[in-house]
Structure formats: structure tokens, C-alpha cells
Design a protein around this ligand. Structure first.
Ligand code: ZN
Length: 281
């Protein structure tokens, strides 16, 4: 496979007891290593990179360990973990790779919880937003995580350089994304609709995007849509291969950033399925 995986074992050192736990990445890494993917090591994103997305007060509080909610603990050194995960997204954007770093990011808005959600849903820094702002290309963000990326929508709402397209289960956490507005297209879906109905909706969504305006695609790649996972839409590996082939069809410079997905083995197999579709192999 041509797409390289961005990973550092440093992202495995916190949150063993949490739903968003190290195994969801370590087991995915094991699967991808066995399948002979090549790996790149990320560097930390700079504070300036984070401040292109988040406000100063939020980053200051994050650094001091003062930001906490029932879903999203103030772990020791979480600012450094979050900065490395954001750096993984930047490396993915620069190399057209796939970052499997944690913590995830798409629920983190400009100053924390976004659009009325009362938690940050396991997210600290909006990784894909940091990568898009770093890349400075007009970018389509395709969010295939099973939850609406309320943070990403908040950050890019009204931004002429970015289009945000999300397919997600609804009603479900975080409760946002029921309707589209301006440059943010939302497709709320019933639970467990399955591969066929999902891919039909994805085709409809992509047909509504003015593709000629964009030179890059950033994918918020969550796999909690997998059958039985936290935001199940009843998808299987074949579904992810179908998603990958549609992203290939966009014919743009493309990168991928892991969001949710809470079975490490499924995550590894689903990433491989997605990339097989994307690379047409
Ligand atoms: Zn999710």
C-alpha cells in the first residue's frame, strides 16, 4: 500500500480504564503491521498550530490540566498527548498518510465543547482542523465517524476555504448535525442502516459538494459506525472499502485522521479495507 500510517507508541500511555483506551490503537497498529504497512513517526504540533484553531484561554487551561468533563478527563500531561496527536494529523496532511494517533479530535470546538454539547466527547484538540489550517489548501473535510463532528463544524462554519460533510447517526451524541447550514452539510442517519443505504447516502452527499473549489480532502476517519460499535450504522469491511473507492473517485490530495472506533482489531481491519478501496487494490 502507498498510504503510510502515522503512529507513535507515546499515544498509548494514558486512559487504560476509559472507553477511549490504548487498545483501540495498539491492536489496530498490530493488524496494520501484520499487513506490512509502512509507518511514520509524528512530531508534536506547535502551540501556534493549535492557536490557528482554538482560543488562547482554552489552550492555556488545557495546558494547566483545568479542562475536564464527565467524558473527557484531565489526564496528567494530556496537553502533550493532544499536541502529539495533532502533530500526527499534520504529518498525515503533509504526506497524504493516515494518522492513527489518539486522542481523537472532532468534538473539540474553538473553546471546548461545541454547539451546545455539554462534553468534549473524548476530544481535546481538533486534530483535523489543525491539519487543515496548517496545510493552507482549500479542503473538503469528509467526516465518516458515527458521531457528528460538532467541533469541526463550529470551527469551520462560514469559512470560505473549507467544506464540511458529515454522515452520522441521529439522534445520538452530541445531539447536533440534524440539519445542514451554509458550508456544513449534515446527513443524519438511522442506526444500523447497513452498507448499501450508507453508500447511497454518501454518493448523494458527495454529489452536493462543489468539488472544483477544493484541492485537498481530509477524512475524519471514525470506525464507530462498524456493526455493534458505539454509533453503529451496521457497516462492515465491505462498506469501508466502498467508502474508500468513493474517496479515490474525488481525485484529490487526501489524508486521513482517526476519530472514534472502539474495537482495536476492527479498527485495523477497517482501516485496511478503507485504504484498499482508496488505492484500488
Ligand atoms: Zn464517534
Amino acid at each position: 500500500m502507498n498510504t503510510k500510517i502515522i503512529f507513535s507508541p507515546k499515544c498509548l500511555a494514558y486512559g487504560e480504564w476509559h472507553t477511549e483506551n490504548p487498545e483501540r490503537v495498539s491492536k489496530a497498529y498490530d493488524v496494520l503491521k501484520q499487513k506490512r504497512y509502512e509507518f511514520l513517526t509524528p512530531k508534536h504540533a506547535s502551540e501556534d498550530d493549535l492557536l490557528k484553531v482554538h482560543d488562547t484561554e482554552y489552550i492555556w487551561n488545557l495546558k494547566k490540566g483545568l479542562v475536564e468533563d464527565p467524558d473527557t478527563p484531565a489526564y496528567d500531561n494530556i496537553y502533550e498527548y493532544a499536541r502529539l496527536s495533532a502533530g500526527g494529523a499534520i504529518t498525515a496532511a503533509e504526506t497524504s498518510g493516515f494518522s492513527i494517533m489518539r486522542p481523537p479530535g472532532h468534538h473539540a470546538g474553538i473553546s471546548g465543547a461545541a454547539l451546545g454539547a455539554y462534553t468534549r466527547g473524548f476530544c481535546y484538540v481538533n486534530n483535523i482542523a489543525v491539519a487543515v489550517r496548517h496545510l493552507e489548501l482549500d479542503t473538503l473535510i469528509l467526516d465518516i465517524d458515527g458521531h457528528h463532528g460538532n467541533g469541526t463544524q463550529k470551527i469551520f462554519s462560514g469559512d470560505n476555504h473549507v467544506y464540511y460533510v458529515s454522515l452520522h447517526r441521529h439522534p445520538h451524541y452530541p445531539g447536533t448535525g440534524a440539519v445542514s447550514e451554509a458550508n456544513c452539510l449534515n446527513f443524519p442517519l438511522d442506526a444500523d442502516i447497513g452498507n448499501k443505504a450508507y453508500l447511497e447516502k454518501l454518493d448523494e452527499a458527495l454529489s452536493m459538494v462543489p468539488l472544483e473549489r477544493f484541492s485537498a480532502v481530509g477524512v475524519s476517519a471514525g470506525f464507530d459506525t462498524h456493526k455493534g460499535d458505539l454509533a453503529s450504522l451496521g457497516l462492515t469491511e465491505n462498506g469501508y472499502t466502498g467508502i474508500g473507492s468513493r474517496i479515490k473517485g474525488l481525485s484529490k490530495r487526501t489524508f486521513f485522521v482517526l476519530e472514534g472506533g472502539y474495537s482495536g482489531v476492527n479498527n485495523g481491519n477497517d482501516i485496511d479495507a478503507l485504504l484498499r478501496g482508496f488505492e484500488g487494490v
